[in-house]
Design a protein around this ligand. Sequence first.
Ligand code: NAD
Length: 478
Amino acid sequence: MSTKSGAASEELTFFGDVCQFFDHAAQFTNHPAGLLDQIKSCNSVYRFRFPIRKGDGLEVIDAWRVEHSHHKSPTKGGIRYSEMVNEDEVMALAALMTYKCAIVNVPFGGAKGGIKINPKNYSLAELENITRRYTVELVKKNFIGPGIDVPAPDYGSGEREMSWIADTYQTMNPGQLDALGCVTGKPIALHGIAGRREATGRGVAIAVRECVSVADDMKVLGLTPGLAGKRVIVQGLGNVGYHSAKFLAEFGAIIVGLCEFEGAIYNEKGLDIDEVFNHRKASGSILGFKGAQKEFKKSLEGLEQPCDILVPAALENQITEENVVRIHAKIIAEGANGPTTPGAEEMFVKQGGIIIPDMYCNAGGVTVSYFEWLKNLSHVAFGRMDKRYEETANENIVNMVEASTGVKLSPEQRSVIVKGATELELVNSGLEDTMIRSYHEIRDVKMANPKIKTLRIAAFVNAIDKIAVSYSNMGVWP
Ligand code: NAD
């Protein structure tokens, strides 16, 4: 098994890390060893290679799809486009998907895909070719389908890639009624769902807001409850990092630091995320931003600046035993998958910090992917059937209240009360409810057993218990 990518000094594999956390958590459950083994193992690992035409020649691409658990169908998980992808990483990410879905009560097993390329080195036509060929390989081996395995975006992929996948799958399955449910994270025009693009980052921001709202926990950290004025550093200005920063700022936090792979910037008074984003888009680098007080050529130095909350939202293995001692944050909210090594987590918790674990913290993406999948299976947008009905019913209530009280509402007040919910409002409401309820489920598991020291172990216990129940319900385990 290969070792992890990144700056780690520890030599565990990423999948090894996930299994280590699992084994630790399993002690606090009461399931037979065989069942725990079944939950922990990766059920199916499909490794394949295919050629593509590049320039005058051919290039062979390495790719994977791992289905970690079939306790629920379909399996679900993103596809990562990265030069660093390897089998160990895809297995780890697939396993995290299983636990993540269980934590937020999304009825899927976990899966993940990987294509070992740096997308920046390929033309649009080559990327399309790679994505379509990858999909054909999945179809050939029955590793994709609305009831089988449903990919989504991950690091290096987005709506564009998802629409190529949907189109390829649909072409190869003519007449299949639910074909568009074969992948989520699609553009709205191709039966995607409002709010999916920003869902993971919005979920991260809600998770942080919920965490800092618990007065007792904040007292232990020496912080005041609430997000207002909390200083935040975000690593990664991609889909998850950008939206996490944007919503955290909207909820009242101050984004004091931003880190990308080329460097980091800091301003104790706050950075405007859109200005930084536009500056990077125009100049190709986060560095040189006029609103920064300090900049760092070494990206990781950006994580070590003064702040209350750190949101790693780039890649795994960023906070290690080597640099954790220099982290000022009291809370690490894992937007990325696996950004903190087990050794670093132990030290951080001993330093008195809280980690909001990846498998809960970034689950907003899969939650809204679930809503998209439901929309694709039902072939109707959320709100389409009931929006006008709801508005008419609300009109009738307001009219009755006005008539019986003599109080006349202004047109603005009336429209706020009467308005029926749009798809986006329903999606955001479902996401917020899921993130809030799941946070307290995990925290309650931790509070119920003083031997459980971290929210991550509590989250694993919560997930293992739910998956074990699924196996029992299937009659697989007595
Ligand atoms: P993305 O490709 O949109 O963005 C990643 C960003 O990180 C890029 O801007 C990249 O330049 C930056 N980056 C790369 N290496 C870096 C480094 N060493 N230091 C600082 N920045 C660096 O990817 P994404 O979809 O935002 O995914 C980020 C993480 O979130 C991954 O771990 C992914 O598995 C996880 N995640 C994503 C989703 C989703 O819906 N997209 C859902 C759950 C979890």
